[in-house]
Design a protein around this ligand. Structure first.
Ligand code: GDP
Ligand code: MG
Length: 187
């Protein structure tokens, strides 16, 4: 029996400079490239096995210019799941996550109220929380416990990672989100 290909759309969300592009490239290529010059959202497609089943990831690397910019509504409605990223070296980026999480919920609910439709994961939005730049402990502004507490509040997976020097830990966050999306589709 051949199983059909699952498609999972993921948006990477976070303040400017937290390492969204570095995480996307790490997951897609297993490599780390220090600098990116993206002026707008970039989308990628990438097929891999998740728990033995093929999954086509569609990844949107969002590109806010300011710490006050929220993601595009179209992207929020498009995505099946969200990687919420802050930098452990940037307190402001942690505060950004608290705002953007509620914004995502509100935009999806408003879209549902207006149109009566949702994408495959419903008004509910599967999320994972990542504290990036875990290699920069000497510049830490956000304690590990704070990330843990926030993830309990969000009821989601949490990990401190470093796009700069980790491969499997970064991939695991994407796989975990994929599993959450699959669970939400069965509900
Ligand atoms: P974005 O604006 O969220 O897409 O952030 P980028 O991916 O462009 O990264 C912003 C800067 O942080 C770049 O100079 C990256 O090289 C750097 N960076 C990204 N991830 C890490 C990391 O895990 N550790 C360290 N030390 N630097 C990182
Ligand atoms: Mg970027």
């Amino acid at each position: 029996k051949k199983s059909s290909l699952s498609e999972v759309k993921i948006a990477i969300i976070g303040a400017p400079g937290v390492g969204k592009s570095a995480l996307a490239v790490r997951f897609l290529t297993k490599r780390y490239i220090g600098e990116y010059d993206h002026q707008s959202e970039t989308r990628y497609k990438h097929e891999i096995l998740v728990d033995g089943e093929p999954v086509l990831f569609e990844i949107c690397d969002t590109c806010p210019k300011l710490e006050t910019d929220m993601p595009l509504s179209d992207t929020i409605i498009w995505a099946d799941g969200f990687i919420l990223v802050y930098s452990i070296t940037d307190r402001g980026s942690f505060n950004y996550i608290k705002l953007v999480k509620q914004y995502i919920i509100d935009v999806r609910q408003q879209h549902y109220d207006k149109t009566g439709t949702t994408n495959s994961s419903g008004t509910f939005a599967p999320m994972v929380l990542l504290g990036n730049k875990g290699d920069m402990v000497h510049l830490r502004q956000v304690a590990t416990e704070e990330g843990e507490i926030l993830s309990k509040d969000f009821d989601c997976y949490f990990s401190e990672v470093a796009a700069a020097d980790q491969v499997s830990e970064v991939a695991e966050a994407f796989l975990e989100l994929c599993r959450e999306v699959h669970i939400s589709r069965r509900k």
